[in-house]
Design a protein around this ligand. Structure first.
Ligand code: NAD
Length: 299
């Protein structure tokens, strides 16, 4: 984390996702280095990519790089865009039954007409490193052992690393997707925040976001949260990975300049939530491995 003062006396903390994720990966690497002596092997993650979606190509490559850094064995399987669903499902069933595979990740989104729901529910729950399987989702909502989805898990770690305890705080989440908004709202609730979940039909969004002491934005709309929508001292987590319509460069859902002048702490884009998501995927892979070799869910 770094701190800087802008033109006035306002002092903010930039939540350094790169640094916090590097620390998590380093600690996982240390753990993994001891596995061959203890268990006779290292964890193995298999990533399946269907088609050539450019963003998916980059994400899958970054996941393989992170595996290499942590010492996790990784295999990437690439299938053609027009793969029949039954072929993809039978590949997943084969990976489910492969004792050398600890984690299975099918990169989303899938090309049409493949059903993401059918693919996700076919992955063995105990190898579901993304935490998307219906039983893992149920575990989150029922507070039973489960694999946590990577992005919300990373967000909670960023808050913790920043010294922010959500207990008793007013937390506002923008976005209600199954992979970010909804699960992070539940995690904030479990951390005893008072949570408001906003979406496209929320009336007078700014009046809600101005109440936030913690603001998590996962809308997928470039720079939609501006300085006039937040209060002094807010902690902002920007999940967005958007293109700035003016410059074409990667940006978040939050207008960094105008919000940083009011926030106590804020994540940058890039370098905030993104690297934490991948580090949490590494942690989930290690957890799946430990579950399989020890025979119990450790999460
Ligand atoms: P999504 O499109 O599935 O959901 C977006 C949600 O935001 C919806 O619930 C919608 O109601 C709400 N929303 C959209 N525009 C809004 C507006 N103007 N006002 C209020 N609510 C609005 O998106 P998602 O998959 O949850 O992803 C959200 C963003 O986070 C995207 O930019 C995505 O690229 C990014 N993302 C980043 C990571 C990461 O690791 N950094 C991971 C997942 C998603």
């Amino acid at each position: 984390m770094s701190t800087f003062a802008n033109h006035s006396i306002h002092c903010i903390m930039i939540i350094d996702g790169k640094q916090i994720s590097a620390a998590l990966k380093a600690s996982l690497a240390e753990q993994v280095a001891a596995f061959p002596a203890r268990y006779g092997r290292v964890p193995h993650l298999t990533v399946v990519r269907v088609g050539e979606d450019p963003a998916s190509v980059v994400y899958v490559r970054n996941k393989a790089k992170a595996c290499d850094a942590v010492g996790i064995r990784n295999t990437t399987l690439v299938l053609p865009e027009d793969t029949p669903e039954e072929e993809l499902l039978s590949l997943i069933r084969r990976l489910n039954g492969d004792d050398t595979v600890d984690g299975i990740l099918v990169q989303l989104p899938l090309p049409r007409p493949l059903s993401e729901a059918r693919v996700i529910e076919t992955i063995a729950r105990e190898k579901d490193v993304d935490g998307f399987h219906p039983l893992n989702v149920a575990g989150l909502w029922q507070k039973t052992p489960h694999m946590e989805p990577c992005t919300p898990k990373g967000i909670m770690k960023l808050l913790r690393a920043t010294g922010v305890d959500p207990k008793g705080k007013r937390a506002v989440v923008i976005g209600r997707s199954n992979i970010v908004g909804l699960p992070v709202a539940k995690m904030l609730l479990d951390a005893n925040a008072t949570v408001t979940l906003c979406h496209t039909r929320t009336v007078d969004l700014a009046s809600v976001t101005r109440q936030a002491e913690i603001l998590v934005v996962a809308a997928g709309a470039a720079k939609m949260v501006t300085g006039d929508m937040v209060s002094e001292g807010v902690v902002i987590i920007d999940v967005g990975m958007d293109r700035d319509p003016q410059t074409g460069r990667l940006c978040g859902d939050v207008d960094f300049e105008s919000c940083a002048s009011k926030a106590a702490a804020i994540t940058p884009v890039p370098g905030g939530v993104g690297p934490m998501t991948i580090a949490c995927l590494m942690e989930n892979t290690v957890e799946c491995f430990l579950h399989r070799v020890n025979g119990s869910i450790t999460v």
